[in-house]
Design a protein around this ligand. Structure first.
Ligand code: ADP
Length: 513
């Protein structure tokens, strides 16, 4: 296999997930391996990761890492298809909550140290300081891994080459600049042409400055982030690197998101035989406490309940929609801002027969929601890629989405001209961020829903669209090859069952208890 690529990330399925980052990294890893790239994931050993990974063996010790001594454990994820290296420091990662926050939703106070340690581990592996074979490319994902290029640059390392993928520029990892000493960021890297950002230490900026190449996950988002409206203050840094910034869209992992094989669904269906969808609808209505009614239009919303997802706008329009359409059902799955969660709970109490809410994170319910609903409302003030509306499309649930970022690239919007033909449309796109903008789009969807032949055409167009990972993985491979053109054939980073190939002295390999 060649070349060897180390994917450094905070999330990957099924080890840890809070959003699309986990889907994207594991989907990419699987597709790269299918294309004979030796892709290995490096991420923190959260409790969920230690539980979900198999065949774990300790393969390296990393004394004196920021945050304390750590070890690296090699194993496999995703039905033993993807090799993973888990960075273990129980004081940093063995906690309840998700990768970033405690069970009450408070950010961990030492997140700077937790993710600097991840980047330092990537640096040491990349410099051959462990028995793990040195990768040809280190591919960091989002701010959590974005110090990796800086550490390698500061160590004067020219190879491996580094790539940073921006999955969401709104999350940047800003911390007090006074932490720079503790994090081992040399003084020469602390200025405004380094990690400094309005007096803070900005992890994402470190990656944007020092990675050899930058990528982001859709062509429209790649253009948008060069502007003040979407650049979150980093547009200036990005504008200096436009020649090294490339858009490579995400794919969809067909082994996980395919209604004809999805193990979470009570009945399978496909574009060729849609009959099973109705059973999913009934099951979904039950799961959200709604009356079972195969004819009622069901509008779903499933996402983080945040301003990015226009959840504040959605809660404004739901009462208006329900007043105008007594038979409409709304099902919401998500968690996020407390005020939105509370408004949704109150609405569900006021409209027990028409609005069902599940506040929380629930993978099974997410699959059922996409399979059972008729339409999915996915407003976004900005959207780097937007996996959720694509999942819904593949499940015959028509997306109603904002015309921004990846959504503008991947959904073909139905014309709003009265009487317009469906043509190649796969969903409804809308501009603007007001309740009226969103309401108009949902009204448009409901008017098409009332015309079954048009609705079925929209559904089928969506279900037969191809979003496989093959093409994006080929683009990444080209990028890697352009950076590391003569990747020698070599042993893999992680070898099946025998642990990591050790070119130097064999490590003290102990089985995990
Ligand atoms: P983002 O990464 O911005 O959150 P995406 O739509 O790209 O948005 O990806 C979100 C991913 O997280 C999808 O896989 C979606 O199904 C999942 N997801 C979001 N919220 C929930 C939830 N409450 N329960 C289950 N899955 C969720």
């Amino acid at each position: 296999m060649l070349p060897r690529v180390l994917l450094v990330t905070s999330e990957a399925l099924p080890l840890a997930k809070t959003g699309g980052l986990a889907d994207a990294v594991s989907g990419l890893a699987r597709a790269l391996r299918d294309a004979s790239v030796d892709a290995t994931i490096l991420m923190p050993a959260y409790p969920s990761a230690l539980d979900a990974a198999i065949e774990l063996e300790m393969v390296a010790e990393l004394p004196g890492l920021v945050g304390g001594d750590a070890t690296v454990w090699a194993g496999w994820a995703a039905d033993a298809e993807i090799p993973v290296l888990l960075l273990r420091n129980d004081a940093l990662y063995m906690r309840p909550g998700n990768p970033y926050v405690d069970p009450d939703g408070r950010e961990f106070p030492d997140n700077a140290i937790r993710f600097a340690a991840l980047a330092q581990a990537a640096q040491r592996i990349s410099m051959g300081a462990t028995p793990i074979r040195v990768p040809h490319i280190v591919h960091a994902h989002d701010w959590h891994a974005a110090l990796t290029p800086l550490y390698l640059h500061a160590a004067g390392v020219k190879r491996p080459k580094t790539v940073l993928t921006i999955h969401n520029l709104a999350f940047q990892g800003n911390f007090p600049l006074s932490l720079a000493d503790e994090l081992g960021i040399p003084p020469a890297y602390r200025g405004s042409d380094g990690v400094e950002f309005w007096g803070q230490l900005n992890f994402m900026k470190a990656g944007l400055r020092y990675a050899d190449r930058l990528t982001t996950v859709s062509a429209t988002y790649a253009r948008e982030i060069l502007t003040p409206d979407f650049g979150n203050g980093l547009e200036g840094v990005l504008c200096q690197r436009t020649h090294e910034l490339k858009a490579i869209p995400n794919g969809i992992d067909a082994e996980i998101w395919d209604p004809s094989i999805d193990p979470f669904l009570p009945e399978h269906f496909s574009a060729l035989d849609m009959r099973g969808k109705v059973r999913n609808k009934l099951e979904m209505q039950r799961a959200f406490g709604l009356p079972t009614d195969p004819e009622a239009p069901v509008l779903a919303m499933g996402s983080r309940l945040t301003a990015q997802k226009m959840a504040d706008v959605a809660v404004e329009i739901f009462p208006r929609l329900l007043a105008a359409h007594p038979r409409l059902q709304v099902a919401v799955l998500g968690c996020g801002e407390r005020s939105v969660e509370e408004k949704l709970r109150a609405l569900a109490e006021q409209h027990p027969r028409n609005l069902g809410v599940h506040i929380g994170y629930d993978e099974r319910r997410g699959h059922l929601l996409h399979a059972g609903a008729d339409m999915l409302l996915h407003g976004s003030r900005f959207e780097p890629f937007g996996l959720t509306p694509l999942y819904s499309m593949l499940y015959g649930t028509v997306p109603i989405a904002s015309r921004v970022g990846g959504l503008a690239d991947s959904i073909t919007g139905l014309s709003s001209e009265p009487g317009a033909e469906v043509g190649a449309a796969t969903g409804i796109l809308f501009d603007g961020q007001t309740p009226d903008d969103m309401l108009r789009a949902v009204e448009h969807a409901l008017s098409i829903f009332a015309q079954p032949h048009k609705w079925t055409a929209l559904q089928k167009n969506g279900m037969t669209t191809h979003f496989g990972w093959e093409a994006p993985a080929a683009q990444y491979l080209n990028l890697y090859r352009s950076l590391a053109p003569v990747a020698p054939v070599g042993a893999p980073m992680v070898a099946r069952r025998s642990g990591v190939i050790a070119p130097q002295a064999a490590p003290d390999v102990r089985k995990r208890a």
